[in-house]
Design a protein around this ligand. Structure first.
Ligand code: 5GP
Ligand code: MN
Length: 342
């Protein structure tokens, strides 16, 4: 964000404001961590700050400091609408198109005339925000919130709870600091968050070591369903609604499954296709290594988007039809996949 804009925003925030902070639909660790961290900072500065999430999220994120104050648009719609209508400033975090909040909330956001601030690290930002801090090179929105606090000269306001929130999002979005987006700056930010009280080992355990037996058994089904197309350096997993039901699927249970396909030697492109009978869609997650651009692939074929190495989208076809179409589509990418570096 340009210096002028930073100064403008600083001036705006020098007086108490009514603010709402919004993560994307099906919020992940980065979305929840960044919104809660920003809320706690704004509250310390004397602002009214409420996080309004489009819908619910997995249990492994429900311990994060401040999470109990969060309002869900899906279940507390009238209250959420009122907060949005009354807000002078609306921060949208970890997404850059209103459509990422779902149809109902998108309509509400389109109607308000409050001032928007976008902080996000995805490609192709929309232009709804008066203040846009968008940088696709940064590992996570949580790391951007840290840099935002630096811009506000406010890193001294990072409490143990804020440090914990930010640590969660940086950890989850970087695959525990192993993805290419992890830089020396990421590690310097993390070091400071630990100095400010984030308990790194505890946080890791709270997020990753609270598996249910059902989730582990569903992982077994997923791995058993994995199909490897060696000549295309591709591996994909399918999960039908019936398989989810049999294993008592709960939100978040399939998080990270797609990475198992990518961990196979020689594979550069991984996908998971998950049937959702209620929404009548197949939800798709895509991952890649090196320069194979899954963001573009998701945009071109599955009405989605994301980052070069991690993206998602959906299909309105049946699970079988989606797979048939996927298999025939990727044949057109044979050269790119062959050239992609592991
Ligand atoms: P995941 O596969 O973990 O759900 O998402 C990976 C990345 O792709 C995230 O950065 C997420 O924001 C993005 N993404 C996932 N699904 C969609 C989608 O349906 N549309 C768009 N535009 N991005 C998505
Ligand atoms: Mn993110």
């Amino acid at each position: 964000m340009e210096k002028e804009k930073v100064d403008e925003l600083k001036a705006l925030l020098s007086q108490p404001k009514k603010t709402v902070i919004i993560p994307h639909r099906n919020p992940d660790g980065d979305a929840i961590g960044s919104t809660l961290a920003l809320q706690q900072y704004l509250q310390q500065c004397g602002h009214d700050a409420v996080v309004v999430a489009p819908n619910d999220f997995p249990d492994f994120l429900k311990w994060i400091p401040g999470v109990e104050e969060m309002i869900l648009f899906s279940t507390e719609t009238e209250k959420a609408k009122q907060l949005i209508a009354d807000a002078e400033l609306i921060f949208t975090l970890d997404f850059n198109h209103f459509s990422r909040t779902g149809n109902d909330m998108e309509a509400v956001l389109n109607q308000t005339d409050s001032t928007y601030v976008m902080i996000d690290h995805h490609q192709a930002p929309a232009d709804y925000a008066a203040y846009t801090y968008s940088d696709t090179s940064i590992s996570s929105t949580c790391q951007m919130i840290y840099h935002f606090l630096e811009m506000m000269d406010a890193t001294d306001k990072i409490t143990k709870d804020i440090a914990t929130c930010l640590y969660v999002g940086i950890m989850t979005d970087t695959g525990s600091f192993r993805f290419a987006s992890t830089t020396s700056t990421t590690h310097r930010v993390i070091a400071d968050l630990i100095d400010k009280g984030a308990k790194n080992s505890d946080i890791h355990q709270q997020v990753y070591d609270t598996n249910s037996t059902n989730r582990m058994q569903l992982l077994g089904v997923a791995l058993n369903n994995m199909k490897v197309l060696s000549e295309l350096k591709t591996a994909y997993i399918t999960l039908s609604q019936e398989e989810l039901d049999t294993n008592n699927f709960k939100k978040g249970d399939t998080e990270g499954f797609v990475n198992y396909s990518l961990s196979i030697k020689g594979i550069v492109f991984a996908a998971i296709f998950i049937e959702n009978k209620q929404d009548q869609i197949i939800k798709i997650s895509l991952r890649s290594k090196g320069n194979f651009d899954v963001n573009q692939f998701a945009r071109d074929h599955f009405n989605g988007g994301g980052h070069i190495n991690a993206a998602g989208g959906k299909s309105d076809l049946s699970l079988n039809e989606t797979i048939t179409s996927f298999e025939s589509t990727i044949k057109n990418y044979k050269n790119e996949l062959e050239d992609a570096q592991e």
